[in-house]
Design a protein around this ligand. Structure first.
Ligand code: B1M
Length: 235
């Protein structure tokens, strides 16, 4: 996607539409500095952090995902794109959290064992923080013990699990079954997400809800916390 004369492009001289298009290309090419600059320009132009996130970064990553699936891009390139995306997200994170929303709950979130994808999880964390949740992110590749330790230590209302691979998503059931065995399953709202999941899968592993994206995760978390407070189940 890199054009021969890419280095002559001055991002600040592009209009919004051209800039977003260029940012998709830069993300695709894994150009961190350019992606960061694009994010800064859009913010200066009055774009909300959420709009920058969804239209410039997430949409760009979707293109990467399609070409990865189709064998046009390979792991090293996708990793570079992911790092460029993360660099852009780093600027947006504090801005999304700056809403001053009152604290509405606490969530422990992590990607399951065998899975190192973390962009979606990080996005969910950012959006949840922005909506007033305290988020404890335990990272990637988590065996059940890590979840249990974090639940015990932080006593959240919500456990969030992420999985991006069809081979790792069944591990969510291992975590939930272990919680059932220990008699702590009903102490938490369990939300699951990740591209290969769906509602049926969430039901089958015993989660409370499947969250299609970060915005749905926020809405669902608020709704279920409200309901559990109403029935006096939240500590
Ligand atoms: Co991977 N990978 N990858 N990868 N990767 C996918 C997932 C894949 C679909 C690509 C493809 O073939 N089209 C495919 C999985 C196929 C399958 O299982 N059926 C795949 C594969 C095969 C692999 C490897 C096996 C490749 C290899 O090594 N041969 C390998 C596995 C490594 C491992 O985990 N053990 C691998 C590696 C990688 C990279 C390291 C290169 C990189 C990850 C970098 C990183 O995350 N730090 C990577 C990437 C970037 C992708 C794609 C291209 C993009 C994922 C992403 O970040 N999306 C992905 C293709 C795709 O998904 N279309 C792909 C953007 C993100 C915002 O969306 O993560 O869906 P998403 O998150 C959303 C929702 O799903 C939801 O909200 C988020 C925000 O809206 N959500 C939650 C997610 N988690 C949630 C948790 C919640 C709630 C909602 O809890 C409450």
């Amino acid at each position: 996607m890199t054009e021969e004369f890419d280095d002559e492009i001055i991002l600040s001289e592009l209009n919004d539409e051209e800039l977003v298009q260029q940012m998709h290309d830069d993300l695709y090419d894994g150009l961190q500095e350019e992606v960061v600059e694009g994010v800064e320009i859009l913010l200066e132009r009055g774009w909300t952090p959420y709009k920058v996130l969804t239209e410039a970064l997430v949409a760009g990553m979707t293109i990467v995902g399609v070409d990865f699936r189709d064998g046009i891009l390979f792991v090293p390139e996708v990793l570079m794109a992911a790092n460029a995306m993360k660099a852009g997200m780093k600027i947006l994170r504090p801005l999304l959290a700056e809403t001053g929303a009152p604290q509405v709950g606490k969530m422990v979130i992590g990607t399951v064992k065998g899975d190192i994808h973390d962009i979606g999880k990080n996005l969910v964390s950012m959006m949840m923080e922005g909506a007033g949740f305290e988020v404890i992110d335990i990272g990637i590749n988590n065996p059940v013990e890590n979840y249990l330790e974090a639940l015990d230590e932080h006593k959240p209302n919500i456990l969030g699990m992420s999985a991006l691979l069809t081979t790792t998503m069944p591990y969510m059931k291992v975590v939930i079954d272990t919680m059932v065995e220990k008699g702590i399953r009903d102490d938490y709202i369990i939300l699951v997400g990740g591209a290969p999941l769906n509602e049926e899968f969430a039901d089958s592993v015993g989660a409370d809800a499947y969250c299609r994206d970060a915005a749905v995760a926020v809405e669902t978390a608020k709704k279920l916390i409200h309901e559990s407070k109403a029935s006096n189940q939240v500590a």
